[in-house]
Design a protein around this ligand. Sequence first.
Ligand code: IPM
Ligand code: MN
Length: 367
Amino acid sequence: MKSYNIAVIGGDGTGPEVIAESMKVLKAAGQKFKLKLNFTDFDFGGERYKRTGEVLPDSAVPDLQKFPAILLGAIGHPDVKPGILEKGILLRLRFEMEQYINLRPVRLYDERFCPIKDKKPEDIDFVVVRENNEGLYTGAGGFVYKGTPHEVAVQESINTRRGIERCLTYAFELAARRHKDKPWKGLKPEDIAAGKTAQLTLSGKTNVLTYAFDLWERAFHEVGAKYPTVKRDYAHVDATTMWFVKNPEWFDVIVTDNMFGDIITDLGAMIQGGMGIAAGGNINPAGTSMFEPIGGSAPKYTGKNVINPLAAICAGSMLLEHLGENKAAAAIEATVIKVVREKLKSLAAGKMGYGTTQVGDLVAEAL
Ligand code: IPM
Ligand code: MN
């Protein structure tokens, strides 16, 4: 029997509630697929910070690095000034564990929950590969003359050739793998005739950010030359948001920088049915990766048994896929789809027709 050690950070607000349901489903999958999953809890988050005054102990990263994967609920507490926990826990973990990919699948499971008219599950099925360690997120910059009338604030976007290249390599590998068996349906006959099976779109801003995205664009074509089956495509980020709404079926895999990726993946979450269903992974392909529902801590719903746990359950599915347990991962996703289609009235908190724990039960039992 295969055995995996998984670190669990329930975190703040509704985080622990949705993580409990995710673990419930992971355990059910473990039984079905003969996997032994050992969970170890870590209490990082706003409550611990309020109690101890410490955001994250220095032991956290080395302790977590003993695990191949982390399941994370949410970070963010209404009593703590915005930025402290996000930067001190979430971003610090992403950076120090070199989780340089933020992977965000955007899949519509049921057309009833799509806010865009006439879009079907087959129209909304793409993946965003967001660079997760650089760009505007590094904290580079600073103030000059702070608090005076001629105060200056500089926030710099850091783009390294190495950082961009490893992100692009991940994206091209993913695209090349994604439709190995059957070419992606969005390709034109001439693309298929030319041997393409997938498409990778670089989403950038080459018309204004002429240094950062010049580097991204050159690296994109240089790395891409090694992937002859992947069609290279480009879209400005503003146009990308337009097409997410107008023609989401135009996208297969998208790669972009940290800030743009943050913005477009919230939009992606909305077109797939909202924060109740959207999951993501912070990936270090050679180290410890961390999977999370992307909806945040939703403090107003804490303890009410109304939050949708499916995003956390989908994060669990991504975690298993990352560990190489593809069958178990796919079974969880398929069961989520079934429960969404056959049972749920809505994907929104308090409107599902079931409570948080019941939705977890529905998935675990159907599995
Ligand atoms: C996300 C979140 C984080 C980010 C915040 C909480 C720091 O919005 O995971 O997308 O900006 O990356
Ligand atoms: Mn975000």
